[in-house]
Design a protein around this ligand. Structure first.
Ligand code: HMG
Ligand code: MG
Length: 302
């Protein structure tokens, strides 16, 4: 039995743009976010309050959010943003933002490369950040990266991913997004990981799945997630994305591919496909390269 309805969690403005070589003007990012909201996407992650030297593409996070709040008020304050630490959270709180996400690594090497911490000490950074966010009444999502494989360490044990995920939930994250950062997951592995969380007492309702489409398996993996009862899926308009600290990471699952697939299954998502395609075509013009999404390419010509 598949769910009747799913939530698409749009990450194009964050995961998508963090990895682009071209620096996208703040006004274009703001229009991107507005157009994604107008297309009916229920959750639009907007940017990251990370160190600007680590991710120069998103160095304008405060400027972007200030402009969006001035224009859209509470709608903009409800847009999730990434915050790795207390400094990031303070920057988000100054602007009155209400939804933040911390991002953990399931592996030692990626914790070091992405966060300058060890597998264990990353939690010393998250614990006070999550506590302070909850005390301020915010909602905290927890990402886990490298859940299905790591470019430096190879395969990642299910128990290791469950242990990191459980720690984030125990610290107060309301939802876990399980990231296939480098796109190596297969449907059988997805099923096994969800079962491992279930065996550890974590209900599928608290899980989201975050696929990158490196091996073209992202939709098959979504199907495995749906069959296991997951109802939140991350996707990126036009299939933009990657991670600057994991060079083998290619684009995310394209929102358009996901919408096409869900519509075919009769699963409600509330998103206007044509509007997302038009947005991705417009954004591709700004980035100077065509969208890698098959659905965008097919529909852009029609
Ligand atoms: P660090 O160098 O260890 O930081 O970096 P620190 O705590 O030692 O502080 C050093 C300086 O940075 C200090 O300034 C801080 O104030 C400043 P100084 O006193 O020297 O003048 N600083 C900050 N400034 C602005 N905003 C901040 C901030 N924090 C410290 N938030 C840190 C540690 C976590 C900051 C760094 O490693 C970092 O920014 N990493 C971000 C990497 C990143 O954004 N990666 C991409 C997102 S994850 C992803 O894409 C995966 C995902 O999509 C899921 C999947 O696909 O798997 C989510
Ligand atoms: Mg990602």
């Amino acid at each position: 039995d598949l769910p009747d309805r799913v939530t698409i969690y749009e990450v194009g403005a964050r995961d998508g743009l963090q990895n682009e070589e071209a620096l996208v003007p703040t006004a274009v990012k703001a229009e991107f976010v507005r157009r994604l909201l107008d297309a009916g996407l229920p959750v639009v992650e907007a940017t990251s309050f990370v160190h600007p030297k680590w991710v120069p593409q998103l160095a304008d996070a405060a400027e972007l959010m200030t402009g969006l709040v001035a224009e859209l008020g509470d709608t903009a304050r409800a847009l999730p943003v990434l915050v790795p630490n207390q400094r990031g959270l303070d920057r988000a709180l100054e602007l009155g933002l209400r939804h933040v996400a911390v991002f953990a690594s399931a592996t030692e090497t990626f914790a070091s490369k992405n966060l300058n911490r060890t597998l264990d000490t990353q939690f010393e950074m998250f614990e006070p950040t999550i506590q302070q966010a909850l005390a301020a009444g915010l909602d905290v999502r927890g990402y886990v990266s490298m859940c299905f494989g790591d470019p430096w360490e190879g395969p990642v044990a299910l128990e290791q991913v469950v242990a990191v995920g459980k720690r984030l939930l125990d610290l107060g994250c309301h939802q876990l997004s399980l990231g296939d950062t480098i796109g190596v997951a297969t449907a059988g592995h997805v099923k096994a990981l969800i079962a491992a969380f279930d065996a550890a007492g974590v209900d599928q309702a608290r899980l989201a799945l975050h696929f990158h489409d490196t091996y073209g398996q992202a939709l098959t993996n979504v199907h495995a997630g749906l069959q296991a009862g997951v109802t939140t899926f991350d996707a990126s308009a036009g299939g933009l994305g990657g991670c600057p600290y994991a060079h083998s990471a290619t684009g995310n699952l394209a929102t358009e591919d996901l919408v096409w697939f869900l519509t075919g299954l009769g699963i409600e998502h509330g998103v206007d496909l044509r509007a997302v395609v038009d947005t991705s075509v417009w954004m591709a013009g700004h980035l100077g390269r065509p969208s890698p999404s098959a659905v965008v390419r097919a529909l852009a010509q029609s």
